[in-house]
Design a protein around this ligand. Structure first.
Ligand code: GLN
Length: 318
């Protein structure tokens, strides 16, 4: 593969969105040292291990809600589909990310809204918070092919603003469906939100999902194939909060956004894509990140629902 072509496409997309400084940054950044409200980076990693990046590729930012998709994958792998589905559903909520959105039986609608993500975190195996955080860091690092770390600064800024998440966790704990104590579940969830990545590392995580669970750089099978498929399914239907329908219609790539301005996309069988640009639209999605994805989807023909491919599978079937 000609990686110069990948580099050129990324650079062109970045140049086009660069002048847009609209949108606001998330309030937690007010308390984070070294924040760069107008930072911009993008990276890709193909399922056969070709990488390209543009912009501030060295800058590490917090995963924030992108971690929700990654923890969902880890708990599917660790405890299995049935146990996970007993605790959290797979339906888009159509509500904001921090809305309660519970089914009548007390299960959060999906793992990519806060209530569902707190529940998913509570399913991570481990006797205490440290063990659970350690397992997540290990698994995230295996997906990224790099040793990742938690930002204590981000974690402190998030902990100072945890009232709503604590409220959600207590409402989950009240009917007895939250497997661990509410405070511990929120602390753990905010710790995973505070894990730092660069755009190239995040693109490798996306490539691991796109490659059916095998990290294309290290060759390690991090997730079983069905786990990658389940995670990508939920990302496609729920990954952009209450803007997911529009996202699928326009971009058509399973994705997950975070209030740090992170955006992760994975095109099965093709590529992981990551962008970082902290200014957000009113739904909490990165303004320029969306702009880059729109351009790359168009340029590389990435929409996963375009008519192609499946007939070959049918022809091969007996
Ligand atoms: N830490 C944030 C929260 O739960 C993550 C939100 C997000 O990225 N949308 O409040």
């Amino acid at each position: 593969m000609d990686t110069d072509r990948l580099d050129a496409a990324l650079t062109a997309a970045l140049e086009e969105v660069e002048p847009d400084h609209s949108g606001e940054t998330s309030d937690y950044l007010d308390d984070v040292a070294g924040r760069q409200r107008d930072g911009l980076a993008a990276a890709v990693c193909t399922v056969d291990g070709h990488q390209a990046s543009a912009g501030e590729a060295e800058h590490a930012f917090a995963l924030q809600s992108v971690s929700k998709a990654l923890t969902y994958a880890v708990v599917l792998e660790e405890v299995g589909l049935d146990a996970v589905l007993e605790h959290v559903g797979v339906e888009p909520s159509g509500e904001a990310f921090n809305h309660l959105s519970l089914h009548d039986d007390g299960r959060p609608y999906n793992p990519l809204i806060n209530a569902g993500a707190i529940m998913a975190h509570a399913l991570v195996p481990g006797k205490d918070a440290q063990t659970r955080a350690g397992l997540l860091l290990d698994r995230y690092s295996a997906m990224a092919g790099a040793r990742l770390e938690v930002s204590e600064g981000v974690r402190a800024a998030e902990s100072a603003r945890a009232d709503r998440n604590l409220g959600l966790a207590h409402l989950l704990a009240d009917p007895g469906v939250l497997p661990i104590e509410a405070r511990e579940a929120v602390d753990g969830y905010l710790t995973q939100c505070s894990i730092l990545v660069t755009a190239p590392q995040l693109a490798v995580m996306g490539a691991t999902l796109a490659a059916g669970g095998v990290n294309p750089l290290t060759g390690e099978r991090v997730l079983q194939e069905w786990v990658a498929e389940q995670s990508l399914s939920v990302m496609l239907t729920c990954g952009m909060y209450d803007a997911t329908g529009q996202w699928v219609a326009e971009v058509g790539v399973p994705a997950k956004s975070g209030v740090s301005g992170a955006l992760l996309g994975a095109v099965p069988g093709a590529v992981g894509i990551a962008t970082w640009s902290p200014r957000l639209d009113e739904r909490g999605n990165s303004m320029r990140g969306i702009g880059i994805f729109e351009r790359l989807s168009e340029r590389w023909d990435l929409h996963v629902l375009r008519h192609r491919g499946a007939l070959a599978g049918l022809r091969g079937a007996d």
